[in-house]
Design a protein around this ligand. Structure first.
Ligand SMILES: CSCC[C@H](NC=O)C(=O)N[C@@H](C)C(=O)N[C@@H](CO)C(=O)O
Ligand SMILES: [Fe+2]
Length: 223
């Protein structure tokens, strides 16, 4: 795939990633989940270079909203923060499982083995459908102190990581669904577009019914 096609599919190189300013990391609790088709979910997400108390507070607030909304993972753009940060806990309950915080993550290897899984996304409340993804990934990231580390993930943690990593690339789960699977959730997606239009008084910035054309432009080959 050409570099241009990769960029359009949501992949980007480190050189493309701008650094977040302290202002980009300012927030006011409580955080709220941003729903499709809000353009915040498609905006570029900046690298985090300031590892301070404010960042720790943001991470803590993200875990709060993730548990409250029955999530198992959450990316910063989903709470209106266009920065490269994700949190997850496959157990989905405070005090259970392991809380993972990944800052400026990248993937250096995907498994060849692919798995179908019925995924849900907090930005698409109540919508679940099959998405195919690699079973395991090898990643690197920074922790809350800014230290670099490498990690191998498989099964559910790998699934959550890839879902959240997609959010950091501006890619949404239905972008990876086949046309047949999208058809099974088309009515719900259109209802979210209408909800956005009614709430904001603006035209929806994207329409699922335009998808076939957009995918061709963005280099997604198969339906
Ligand atoms: C399988 S990856 C899903 C990650 C997603 N994160 C952000 O959008 C997420 O947490 N989605 C929830 C709808 C979800 O999967 N919740 C769990 C636990 O309630 C579920 O099984 O539905
Ligand atoms: Fe999501």
């Amino acid at each position: 795939m050409s570099t241009v096609a990769q960029a359009k599919r949501g992949f980007s190189s480190r050189e493309d990633e701008r650094a977040a300013s302290p202002d980009d990391l300012l927030f006011e609790p409580p955080l709220r989940i941003v729903e499709y088709p809000d353009p915040i979910l498609r905006a570029r997400n900046k690298r985090i270079e300031t590892f301070d108390e404010n960042l720790k507070k943001l991470v803590s607030e993200m875990f709060d909203v993730m548990y409250k909304t029955e999530g198992i993972g959450l990316s910063a753009p989903q709470v209106g923060m266009n920065v490269r940060l994700m949190v997850f806990n496959p157990a989905g309950e405070r005090g259970e499982g392991e809380e993972i915080v990944l800052i400026n993550p990248s993937v250096y290897k995907y498994s060849k083995k692919m798995i179908l899984f019925d995924e849900g996304c907090l930005s698409f409340p109540g919508i679940y459908a099959d998405v195919e993804r690699p079973d395991s990934v090898q990643i690197e990231a920074q922790d809350i102190m800014g230290a670099n580390f490498k990690f191998d993930l498989s099964g559910l943690p790998a699934r959550i990581f890839q879902h959240e990593f997609d959010h950091l690339q501006g890619t949404l789960f239905f972008d990876r669904m086949t046309e047949e699977v999208v058809n099974s959730i088309r009515t719900e997606l259109k209802a979210l577009e209408k909800k956005y239009e009614d709430r904001t008084g603006l035209r929806s910035p994207e329409k699922i019914d335009m998808r076939r054309r957009m995918r061709a432009v963005a280099g997604f080959g198969k339906s």
